[in-house]
Design a binder for this molecule. Structure first.
Ligand code: FE2
Length: 374
């Protein structure tokens, strides 16, 4: 494993300064019901809506917030729309990984100048709450990066969105912010997309995992992590590697019908509390065998949490040079074996749980075998 120190931006000019993730927009089959899932199970608050009732004819969008995380769930109202076509092809999946910027025009110009394929020229949207500028470029698969400039806007989300007419009472589960978003790309494409993030978006290569790090009896994957200048936005990129049977990345690509967002990792205050509550609410997590916990403390050393409590919830532990982390992965959150979530609590560690990959992938393979996809 190669660990490079992230350069700070004090000596070099960051041509694409990012304030963080603005929102993640999914195209889904039934946004009304997905929104209920994210409210009741995950404790997100429904804060804004756009659809036929607000004068939008072709779609309905539900905006959900918890901590600094903002999800948008959008569904097609008619079968001709590109939203419906996206859903037929991919199932529920991430269409926009939107980034919060101070200058959406410059973000567009700087990235397009360096080779980004434009999706939307800088465009001004306004209503009685002010205005925003949004531009967008293509990334892997049918995924789009929007650049959202919102310093002159104080409405509930974006122009055209209204406060919801109703909102259920929700109990948050302690989700704080998006730690990283992972993309799965097709065989042989990982380095091209790493180069895209380096050359076009000014990201730096942070970590590399090869198939020696991440392989089991059956499958393997390669992964490289890129990060923007201030480290607020981190995108690991995975590609399948040769194994005896189909890798989890190939399974994703087969069912998503191409490259796309594989998982979204969310930082929490207290992973024991969050995961216990999510389990009570019916969220399913990957199973970790008891044998994992037999020698895990020999590998990671002292941790503050009670190992029995972590074991009872199937939470994984890893350590790097700077500290340790606790993490757990949900099963896919739709019927296709595609997008899932990671819950992570960092105690200084800046890495991604390499020490857990083998235990984790063996667990994923058990699930693949049950689905008949191994
Ligand atoms: Fe992750």
């Amino acid at each position: 494993m190669e660990l490079e120190t992230l350069e700070t931006t004090t000596t070099t000019t960051d041509f694409l300064p990012l304030n963080g993730t603005d929102h993640i927009e999914f195209y889904v089959g039934n946004a009304k019901q997905s929104a209920y899932y994210y409210q009741s199970a995950w404790g997100y608050k429904f804060v804004a809506y756009s659809g036929p009732e607000t004068g939008v004819r072709d779609r309905a969008s539900y905006v959900l917030e918890q901590g600094k995380i903002r999800l948008v769930l959008t569904t097609a109202i008619n079968p001709e729309s590109e939203i419906a076509k996206h859903h037929v092809l991919h199932g529920d999946g991430v269409r926009f990984l939107s980034l919060w910027v101070d200058d959406a025009t410059k973000s567009f110009e700087e990235t397009v100048k360096r080779g980004a394929k434009p999706y939307m020229e800088p465009t001004r949207f306004e209503d009685e709450n002010g205005y925003v500028i949004i531009s967008a470029i293509h990334t892997y698969g049918d995924t789009i990066h929007k650049f959202v400039e919102r310093s002159n806007y104080n409405g509930p989300f974006l122009p055209g969105f209204a406060k919801p007419a109703y909102a259920m009472d929700v109990t948050p589960v302690g989700l704080k912010y998006v730690d990283h978003c992972v993309g799965n790309v097709e065989l042989g494409q990982m380095d091209n997309w790493v180069k895209f993030y380096e050359d076009v978006m000014g990201f730096k290569l942070l970590l590399t995992f090869d198939d020696k790090d991440i392989s089991t009896e059956y499958s393997a994957l390669m992964s490289k992590v890129v990060s923007n200048g201030n480290g607020y936005v981190k995108f690991p990129i995975n590609e399948p590697a040769a194994g005896k049977k189909k890798s989890q990345i190939e399974e994703y690509i087969e069912f998503y019908k191409g490259s796309g967002v594989q998982h979204i990792a969310v930082e929490v205050h207290d992973i024991l509390e969050t995961v216990a509550e999510l389990r009570r609410r019916g969220i399913e997590f990957l199973y970790v065998p008891d044998t994992y916990y037999e020698d895990v403390l020999d590998r990671v050393g002292h941790i503050n949490e009670d190992i029995k409590a972590l074991q009872a919830l199937n939470i994984l532990i890893d350590r790097d040079e700077e500290g340790y982390l606790l993490q757990i992965f949900t099963k896919p959150v739709e019927d296709r074996p595609t997008v899932f979530y990671e819950i992570i609590q960092r105690h200084g560690a800046k890495s991604f749980g390499k020490g857990n990959f083998k235990a984790l992938f063996e667990s994923i393979e058990r699930e693949q075998a049950v689905r008949g996809n191994l």
